[in-house]
Design a protein around this ligand. Sequence first.
Ligand code: AMP
Length: 205
Amino acid sequence: MRLVLLGPPGAGKGTQSQRLSTHFGIPQLSTGDMLRAAVAAQTPIGRAAKAVMEEGGLVSDEIVTGIVGERLDAADAAAGFILDGFPRTIAQADALESVLRAKGPRLDAVIELVVDPEILVRRMTARVTDTLARGEPVRRDDNPEAFSRRLAAYAAETAPLTRYYAERNLLRPIDGMRPVDEVFDEITRALDASASARAPKNGEA
Ligand code: AMP
C-alpha cells in the first residue's frame, strides 16, 4: 500500500498515519519528523531548514525531495509507505511521481483530510495545552503566528494538489472533523473500495 496523506496543519495527518502504519505494517514517512530530527542533530539540512520551519514556511523542494528520495530507498519502504506531509507543492508531487516511476510501483491513493479551517486553530491550542500538561516540549511552530503561516502555506502551495491528484483519479476526500476512530474507519473503507475497483473482475485477466 502506497499512500499520501494530505490535509492542513492540525487536520490529524500524524495521528491517522500512525494508525495506518500499524494497520498495514508499513512505515509512516513524515517529512516534518525527518526535518525536526535534522534540526535537532544540527546537520547541514537541519541548519538550512531551522529558521523556515520555526516561522511556519516551507522548506525548499530540493531539500525535501532529496530526503524523501533517500528514505524511499530504504528496505522497509519497499513493500509500501504512508507519506505524511509530503508532497506539499506541485514540484514535490512531480518529483515523487518520477521517483516512483523509476522504481515501478505507483501510489494507491491520496487521502485528503477535509477539515474546517476555523477549528484548526482551536485544535492546535488544545494540542499545546495537552503537551504542556504532559510535561513534554511543545513544537516551536505551534504558536499563533507560525500556525497561521502554516495554514497560508497550505492554502497557497498544497491545496492545489487536491486537483492534481483528482485528475489522476487518486484523491479520496475524507471528513476529518469526526472522532479519530471514525475517521480511521472511513479511510480504511475508502481504501478497500479503491482496491476492489482496481481488482480484475471475473473473466478479466
Ligand atoms: P509538519 O510536521 O508536517 O507539520 O511539518 C513541519 C514543518 O516542516 C512545516 O511547517 C515545514 O516548515 C516543514 N516541512 C515538512 N514537510 C515539508 C514539505 N514536504 N515541504 C516543505 N516543508 C516541509
